[in-house]
Structures are given as C-alpha cells and as structure tokens.
Ligand binder design. Structure first.
Ligand code: SF4
Length: 398
C-alpha cells in the first residue's frame, strides 16, 4: 500500500475543505431564498424579539438611547417574558411610551392548542404573514420537566418517506423571532416566567429542534435563535439542553458543532445506502459513510454527550436482526445512543409499525454492543403530535 507524501496529502485535505466550504456557501445561498418577510408590522413598528444583542443595540442607538437600555430590555423580554413596554418597571413612563411607538414584543399566535390524553400539548402557531407551523411540548411523565419540540421551517424540502411533514413542500424558513417565539409562546401557555435560573427546575427544560423542517437548511436563522435562547441573561438554556436533529446535511454539521456546540441527533433510519436513499432521499447527496464521518468529527461528542441516532422502526423494511448488527458495526467508535422510534402512522402513510418483538430484539442487539437503545414511547398520538406526524396546510405563495 503506498502512502501519499505529506505535500500531496495536505493538498487533498485542503481541496476537500474548499469543496465543503463551497457546498456550505451553496446551501446558505439557497436557504436565503426561503427567508421570512422582515419583522416589521404594517404600521412600521419593529419586533424586538429575534434581534441579536448587537441588532438591539443598533435600534436603541437609533432612537438616541444609551447602551445600558439593551441590557434592561433583554432582561424584560427574555428573562421576565413581558410583551408590554408598560410592564417594564425599571424604565420610566415617557421612554416606555416612546418604545411602544416604535417597537413591539411579538409572539406567534396560537391558532389552535390541543392537549393529548398523555398531557402532550400541540400548538399550531400562526405567524405574521399567515403561515403556520406546529410546536409540541412533551412533559416528562415522572418529573416536572419536559421538552419543547420546535419547528425550523414551514414544510420541508426533504420528503422523508415516513414523515408527514415531508408531504408538505417547503413554504419558507422560519426567522429567529418565530423560532424563539415558539418557545416563548409555549412558556406563556405554562406561565413559566420569569426564566428559572441556575438549577431551579424548569417545566420547559429542553429544546429539541425536531419539529417541521430541516434545521441545517435554515442554519443562520436557527443559529441566531439558539444564541438568544442560550444567553445567560435571558432564557438561559444551556447548549447541553438543546438538541439539533438533522437528516444529515453533512457540510453544515461541522459548522453547527463548532459554532453552537449543541447536542446532535441524526435521523439515520437505515443501515444500507439503497434503503436510506429511499427513506431519507438526502442520503443520495450525503451517503451513510460521509454522514458517520461527520458524526465522528462532531465537536464535543463524548460519552457524557453522546450523539443520538434516531431510527424509526418500520415493519419488514429496516427492523431485522441483521440490520441491528450492521447498525452496531457502522456506529462503532462513536459516542452514541440509538433511539428506536415505533412508527407513528399518519393519514396516507404507507408503512406499518414494527411488532413489539422486533423492537425488543433490535434494541437488545444494540444494547449488548454497548449502546443505550431506548424504545421511545409514542407521545401525543391522539392529536397527531408524535414524531413524524406534524403538518400544516400552509402553501408557498407565488
Ligand atoms: S423527517 Fe425531518 S427532514 Fe425529513 S421530511 Fe420530516 S421534517 Fe423534513
């Protein structure tokens, strides 16, 4: 076997780095075509939610106010959760009135709210332009905490075969205000303001970016929203409490890991490229080997912070013992856990859920190889809030 001389090896590495960078640029440019309308009301007032601290500082400077107002506003908006300038008691009345003339503190409107028999709550949020996305709060049944499953896009480009959202074409990306706004509005619903600090228990304790859409195809908006959520003077949710789920947009995984450092979940669902090409069509672009390489180099993946592989169990499609063994072989060496998701049917879906036996056999093989392999209990099935069941009627406008 010949070994490449160092110079050649280096030029190959940099060539592939350049390729990845070019691919990232292409993805970001395409994503920008689906960006949301600006967050300005018809009367010209600007929504302050979703602005970075720097952008908020620019708005405040533009009305001739001092920089310390940024800290005050941030506290009221993201720590106290107020939506009315008149409630900001540390700000004098005349300034409250000036702020209200120019700005609003918005929330998406909950068009419908359904609560399942198992307490899972699904929100259909309507945004300023009338487009809609769903958000789900999944309480932990044994403790006072729970996960908020947030959408990153209205619809999705990826058409994963087992997913209801995938039957809805991409309408548009959600903006930072709409992404953070889902969490804030869900919190309104549980009266969980001000933001609990430090180790104080939180009902809405984690965020999973697993709702409608592929977050890494809306990276800039998602990243901005997550930076707001993680800011310690506001909502203050640590990166360890945020999980970004991707179908495998390989070039963006590196960037998300380096810049955000949140937990990573990967929708794997198959161990052979021919099957994954069918179930997760993005696999044709980024096949399993490339995807797993990206997982191996994901920053911050350790035994304490394992990568989650999501695996939807489809009867007679991907649930054999041989596939469990192949899965173990593929992920060897990655600090990982495997979530087995019983398939949740939706109107028109063509798959069936695996039997309980198949689920347990599969889980046992993965577990015996040293990986945690919990079988997820479906939540909110009665209100179509379970994994892969979200969809809205929003359509792309010409
Ligand atoms: S699984 Fe995720 S990426 Fe695939 S179609 Fe559904 S929402 Fe889109």
């Amino acid at each position: 076997m010949s070994v490449l001389p160092p110079r050649v090896a280096f030029s190959r590495t940099s060539a592939s780095a350049e390729l990845t960078e070019a691919e990232r640029t292409r993805i970001l440019a395409k994503s920008a075509l689906f960006n949301p309308p600006p967050h300005v009301l018809a009367d010209g007032r600007r929504d302050l939610v979703g602005l970075s601290r720097e952008e908020l500082a620019e708005e405040i400077a533009a009305i001739g106010e001092k920089a310390f107002r940024v800290k005050q506003l941030w506290h009221w908006i993201y720590h106290q959760g107020v939506t009315d300038f008149a409630a900001m008691s540390s700000i004098a009345r005349p300034l409250q009135a000036r702020l209200a003339e120019r700005f609003v503190i918005g929330r998406p409107v909950a068009a419908t709210v359904q609560t399942s028999t198992d307490e899972t709550r699904k929100f259909l949020f309507r945004f300023r332009d009338g487009q809609e996305a769903e958000t789900v709060y999944i309480p932990d049944q044994s403790q006072d905490r729970g996960a908020v499953c947030i959408s990153s896009q209205v619809g999705c480009t990826l058409s994963c075969r087992f997913c209801h959202t995938g039957t809805q074409t991409l309408v548009r990306n959600l903006g930072p205000a709409e992404i953070v706004g889902q969490f804030m509005a869900a919190r309104d619903s549980y009266n969980e303001w001000p933001s609990p600090q430090g180790e104080t228990p939180r009902l809405l304790s984690t965020i999973v970016l697993m709702g409608m859409g592929e977050p890494l195809y809306n990276y800039e908006n998602v990243a901005k929203a997550m930076r707001i959520v993680m800011d310690g003077e506001g909502i203050g949710l640590s990166r360890r409490r945020i999980t970004l789920s991707t179908s495998g947009v390989v070039p963006m995984m590196d960037r998300a890991g380096a810049e955000l450092g949140v937990n990573l979940a990967v929708s794997l669902h198959a161990v052979r490229d021919d099957l994954r090409d069918e179930l997760v069509p993005l696999n044709r672009k980024y096949p399993i080997a490339e995807l797993l390489d990206a997982c191996r180099r994901y920053p911050g993946a350790t035994n304490a912070r394992r990568i989650t592989f999501e695996y939807v169990m489809l009867r007679g499609v991907n649930d054999s013992e041989a596939e469990a063994r192949e899965l173990v072989r593929l992920i060897a060496g990655i600090p990982a856990k495997v979530n087995l998701i019983p398939f949740n049917p939706w109107p028109g879906s063509s798959y069936e859920a695996s039997s309980g036996n198949a689920l347990h056999r599969f889980s046992k093989i993965v577990m015996e190889a040293g990986f945690a392999s919990p079988i997820r209990t479906p939540r909110g099935q009665d209100i179509l809030a379970a994994c892969g069941q979200l969809r809205t009627e929003s359509q792309r406008r010409k």
